[in-house]
Ligand binder design. Structure first.
Ligand code: ATP
Length: 209
């Protein structure tokens, strides 16, 4: 059995002088997914943002492969793909440019055929030359999934990824995450809906004030 690769150690968070949560402890192994749950405003997005280095860790620590993420910022960022509310897409670029840009940032070239095949896989074939800002919310989500599928990152951090998805999109995303887990990846996600990811049971993390 592989050892834990992601760990939250006594993690706490406050915003605007108010304590949101504290004393969060858990470990996540390869091939598992963490379902971060809790009431509106409890701090789920805040936790994900700390994990991604978008906000500082105020108390406790987050470990990746046994080392604080603060001590290995660049290497950890290479291992991470974050899908937030804004989908991580550049609105003023075309769909195709977005995918090429995202993969280039990670030092990979992505040829036109791969982009076309990937867009078709997520049901947005033929949208490649369209500006992202002209897509519907659900189509943007699908392009974000296409971006995710091209990412070699081992850790996927997804904030409410099922929002704005139709049933087909929800299935596509579940299958994509299941595939990621099967290849030894880890996913941390928030969702107010109950979620099924293949046959892999959720590892629940309930945030409480
Ligand atoms: N920069 C900030 N300054 C002050 N308060 C903030 C800041 N960012 C977030 N908050 C507050 O922190 C709390 C937690 O926000 P967060 O978005 O993490 O919650 P959440 O659990 O993801 O909520 P939801 O389920 O509604 O999406 C909220 O009350 C929010 O208003």
């Amino acid at each position: 059995m592989p050892g834990p690769i992601l760990a939250f150690n006594d993690l706490g968070c406050s915003k605007g002088g108010r304590q949101l949560f504290q004393g969060v402890n858990c470990t996540v192994q390869c091939g598992r997914w963490l379902h971060v749950m809790g009431a509106n405003g409890i701090g789920k997005t805040s936790l994900l943002r700390m994990l991604c280095g978008l906000s500082p860790i105020e108390s406790g620590d987050i470990l990746w492969e046994g080392r604080s993420i603060r001590a290995q910022r660049d290497a950890f960022q290479q291992d991470l793909c974050y899908l937030g509310h804004l989908n991580g897409l550049q609105e003023s670029m075309t769909v195709r440019e977005n995918l090429a840009f995202a993969t280039a940032l990670r030092g990979h070239a992505c040829d036109a055929k791969t982009v076309s095949v990937t867009l078709a896989r997520f049901g947005v074939a033929g949208r490649g030359e369209q500006l992202v800002r002209h897509l519907s919310q659900g189509q943007k989500r699908r392009v974000a999934l296409a971006r995710l599928s091209l990412s070699p990152a081992r850790l996927w951090v997804l904030d409410e990824p099922f929002v704005a998805m139709d049933d087909t999109g929800i299935r596509m995303l579940s299958d994509l995450i299941a595939q990621h887990l099967a290849s030894g990846g880890i996913t941390v996600l928030t969702s107010h809906q109950s979620v099924g990811i293949g046959t892999v049971p959720a590892q629940p993390l309930e945030l409480r004030a």
